[in-house]
Design a protein around this ligand. Structure first.
Ligand SMILES: *Cc1c(COP(=O)(O)O)cnc(C)c1O
Length: 336
């Protein structure tokens, strides 16, 4: 257990063996934390596009990148353009859906990459019947205030590899080799989760199943209430995936969809409904423009058209009905 999800990702990448000057493949349509965690390791992110059908990392493009742009040698997979070794891949399970982990794990084995899953938004999501966060070599969860379960702030590194788990405990507790003599043979971090917060986490864990049930119910409500709306696309239901719908998100379609999306969000705010955008894609924000981004096509349109609807577990049926009613009015008054 660690102080936050970002620290969990940083730790997971270090434990998976990501070294300075290496490269790590990561989703481009994501909250920024996993990309920053790669940079904390002094490694380079290589940004991968989102699949328009699932909104998750596009595994067809990952395969194409590895096959066409990389060279597999005995000592690893090398990016032909930069000459650097690619040591890991970070699939980010976004919005309570799951990445195609069967494909990602198979590609990682073939190209000698470690898989570090960012499951911060994927708690309880199953892919092919199995929890996300258990497919890769190691995974990170977050207990931030906006996540499925929270400790105020917190996170966790999850792995089935005992050596990895020991190494994660070592690095996150200041790398003490001799706790009474204070001998350190590595540079560690103070990433411990305070025990008061861990106690809150245990209590939250008891309620997790009911939280996830509520998320699924809200998503079902939105899906059914909005199914006849022509000007929106509902959140996808990726094949083989049992989602939790951490944050229920729709796309505005039709002419000027990006502009209308902003106007509709404003309309929702004015009428007492909180709604927000997806994260701006990473590849064209100032600190990240210099990093390689592979055939980015769908990240921007997804971002530009998306509206995240209220998804808190505290929402009542009346709240959900209000959201739908205001959204319908907004769609009607801001037509294509
Ligand atoms: C929330 C989140 C994180 C980071 O978690 P913190 O606990 O806020 O540091 C990482 N990745 C994704 C995809 C997230 O949504």
């Amino acid at each position: 257990a660690v102080v936050n999800g970002t620290a969990a990702l940083h730790t997971a990448l270090l434990v998976a063996g990501v070294k300075p000057e290496e490269e790590v493949l990561v989703s481009n349509l994501t909250f920024v934390a996993p990309v920053n965690a790669i940079l904390y390791c002094r490694a380079y992110p290589v940004l991968m596009d989102a699949d328009p059908k699932t909104w998750q990392m596009d595994t067809t493009k990952v395969e194409q990148f590895l096959e066409e742009e990389c060279e597999l040698r005995e000592d690893g997979c090398f990016n032909k353009k930069t000459g650097r070794r690619i040591s890991a891949i970070v699939p980010v399970h976004i919005l309570g859906l799951g990445c195609a982990m069967d494909k990602i794990v198979a590609l990682a084995r073939r190209f000698l990459l470690k898989v570090v899953e960012d499951a911060a938004e994927g708690m309880g999501v199953r892919y092919q019947g199995r929890h996300v966060g258990t497919f890769g070599d190691i995974a990170a969860f977050s207990f931030n205030g906006n996540k499925d379960m929270t400790t105020g702030g917190g996170g966790m590194v999850v792995t089935a590899n005992k050596q990895y788990a020991d190494h994660a405990r070592y690095l996150t507790t200041q790398a003490k080799d001799d706790p009474s003599e204070y001998i350190h043979n590595a540079i560690g971090y103070n990433y411990r989760l305070p025990n008061v917060l861990a106690a809150i986490g245990l209590a939250q864990l008891e309620k997790l199943e009911s939280f996830l049930m509520k998320k699924r119910e809200s998503a079902k409500f939105y899906q059914e209430a909005l199914q006849d709306e022509q000007e929106i696309t509902p959140m996808p239901m990726p094949k083989d995936c049992e989602p939790t719908f951490w944050l229920y998100t729709i796309l505005v379609t039709g002419k000027d969809s990006g502009k209308r999306r902003k106007a509709i969000i404003q309309y929702l705010h004015k009428n007492g409904v909180e709604a927000r955008s997806l994260w701006h894609p990473i590849h064209n924000m100032p600190p990240y423009v210099r990093f390689q981004a592979y055939q980015i096509e769908h990240s921007m349109p997804l971002y530009e058209n998306a509206i995240c609807l209220p998804s808190s577990v505290g929402l009542t049926t009346e709240d959900l009905q209000k959201v739908v009613a205001v959204l319908r009015q907004g769609l009607k008054s801001i037509r294509a």
